[in-house]
Design a protein around this ligand. Sequence first.
Ligand SMILES: [Mg+2]
Length: 375
Amino acid sequence: MIVYTDDAVKASDKIAGYDVDGTIITTKSGNVFPKHTDDWQILYAEVPKKLKLLHESGYKICFFTNQGGIGSGKIKLDDFKRKTKDILKKVGVPIQVFIAIEDGQYRKPLTGMWKHLVEHRNDNIGIDLGKSFYVGDAAGRPESGSGKTKRRKDHSLADRRFAANIGVSFYTPEEHFLNRPTEQYLKPDYQPSEVVTNMNIIPLLEPDNVKLPADNSEMIIMVGLPGSGKSFFCKQHWEKHDYVIANADKLGTTQSCLKICEKALAAGKSCVVDNTNVDVESRKKFLALAKQYNVSCRCFVMNVQLDLVRHNIKYRHLTDSNHSKINEMVFNMMKKKYTEPTVGEGFTHIIKVNLKPSFQSKADEELYKLYLLEK
Ligand SMILES: [Mg+2]
């Protein structure tokens, strides 16, 4: 992250926070992304007036901008600095600018930039969240209007979620600068904080009277997208019952999973297939093996909504640098192939597994409760 502070900036308990692109400025060319460093203009004539008014009534004006292009080298830092100074000159009030240059804790909707403001850049003056607010165009609004007034749908919800994560009121540029009535947006359909709240209320399994280890040896087939918590569940619940766990990520291939399972069943042991097993085809081979050894096969399906799976992947990426990154393309392919398992495939039971995350620290738990996804 980079911070630029205008000489005349004063600390305040009231923060007026703004995104930059699409909020303070827009491109002159009409392109979504600027063609060059000088391809910008102030979005609305009301912008400088409004900022001046707020400044005069004691607000500290802060910009919070995601500029991944700087980290990746697409945008030159010097060019961006010059552009920022030009924008500040045009706006004409003292402003502090926070720039997240790569992925991670500083990039919106994560709150690293705000936290840095609170802890290091406000002269130890506490910030009143009730009086502070944040304005941005990444607000999850659907496409609207037609012809000349047509507006594309918002590219993300990063700004709306950034405000929600901080706990301040949120406005779109049109609501804030043009006093338009509250705009519709596509509601975030996942609540990571609720997962944590509900963690101790909801049962781990549905139906909840399921016996984990069976009386006789058996096969278990896990079903769930990458990041849905299969391996964590296996480690916590099957390992201690001495079930042999076959995981293609560790063993390399489906073939070696089949071999390990066969070896376990031949020795009278139980086994778990800890792969994504998202379609009938991939489950079939294992069901056939269970049949061959005359053992029953139960299916445990991770009961996690798609956005939460994506949330989990992002969380893991932020907290565990050792975990290999899940390829977006592979993930989308699996999502497409996903077919809900049925008893008709040969399972004796299909059991749902609810998400019960566990945390290494309080800080990890707090991170999990934030909206981590931009879309
Ligand atoms: Mg923007």
